[in-house]
Design a binder for this molecule. Structure first.
Ligand code: SF4
Ligand code: SF4
Length: 283
């Protein structure tokens, strides 16, 4: 079973839910932190890292001795990652999507691929939890290839919990697609509701069942609950604002360690999701 924990907007408490659920799972779980631009699950789990792997993506390299400056490579590139100006071919590796189109169309075989490092993945263990996260290099714009590398570390023998990046664009989709359940974390504010609706729209296109955790549930208003009822999305947990929870978060302590009464609630959350996946709940 793969559970992804997602949120339309950042700062809703997504990582808190992912790490506490992983630590409450009845069997040993795997936590994949796919929020590669700002990974922070490790701050709560303190894993011992046993392997670091640099991740490269292919980008074009031009052999100027073969190039006739025909511009075919620049014409095919939808991302403006290659340009021919006079007798010079310029490449912009940060904008390249590694599609390989320029390599294929070059009539002179002047384009080859070279590897560009975009970040690394780190694997570790935190007690019973298998841990993997990606760290994107500062200034990189293309996180999905790194997210896919983190996803590829999945151990199919374990329950996998994915901490997805916030939002509804390519990185979030790369993290949640082909998962069994998306747990959305939101807060009951107009911003929370707005971004939740976008995220639910994306998840529904992907055909994945979803449920909701309402964090800081005693702020804001009831609109998120009303929306969830109308959209037939189960509210699986509500977490009120609590200084002790905020304090534990700021010190990098798991909520279930700081407030043990929450352990059972996270176990119930996990069980409810597992039941839903087993029953083939509505998408
Ligand atoms: S397609 Fe090949 S030959 Fe034409 S401009 Fe690009 S690199 Fe040069
Ligand atoms: S590999 Fe694709 S995205 Fe990158 S420069 Fe070539 S055509 Fe553009």
């Amino acid at each position: 079973m793969i559970i992804s924990v997602a949120s339309g907007k950042g700062g809703t408490g997504k990582t808190t839910i992912a790490v506490n659920m992983a630590a409450s799972a009845p069997e040993s779980a795997q936590l994949l932190d796919c929020d590669v631009e700002a990974p922070n699950a490790h701050l709560f789990l303190n894993p011992s890292i046993y392997e670091t792997e640099p991740i490269f993506v292919p980008v074009p390299e031009i052999d100027e001795t073969k190039c006739t400056h025909c511009k075919k490579c620049a014409e095919i590139c939808r991302f403006k990652a290659i340009a021919v100006i006079g007798e010079t071919v310029l490449t912009f590796p940060e904008m390249c999507h590694s599609c390989g189109g320029c390599v294929v169309v070059c009539p002179e075989s002047a384009v080859t691929e070279t590897g560009r490092r975009i970040g690394e993945i780190e694997k570790g263990r935190a007690g019973e939890i298998d841990f993997v996260h990606g760290r994107m290099r500062v200034g990189e714009a293309m996180s999905p290839p790194l997210i896919r590398k983190v996803r590829a570390c999945r151990d199919p023998r374990k329950t996998t919990i994915i901490d997805a990046p916030p939002g509804t664009s390519c990185p979030a989709v790369a993290a949640v697609k082909k998962t069994d359940f998306v747990l959305m974390v939101t807060e009951p504010t107009p911003f929370g509701l707005h971004d939740l609706k976008l995220a639910v729209g994306a998840v529904r296109i992907l055909g994945i069942p979803c449920g909701l955790v309402i964090n800081r549930s005693d702020i804001g208003n009831d609109r998120v609950r009303e929306y969830a009822a109308d959209a037939d999305i189960p509210v699986l947990m509500e977490i009120p604002f609590d200084r002790k929870i905020a304090g534990a978060y700021s010190r990098g302590i798991l909520m279930i360690d700081a407030l043990p009464e929450w352990k059972e609630r996270f176990e119930t959350l996990y069980r409810d999701i597992a039941d839903c996946v087993r029953r083939g709940c509505e998408r």
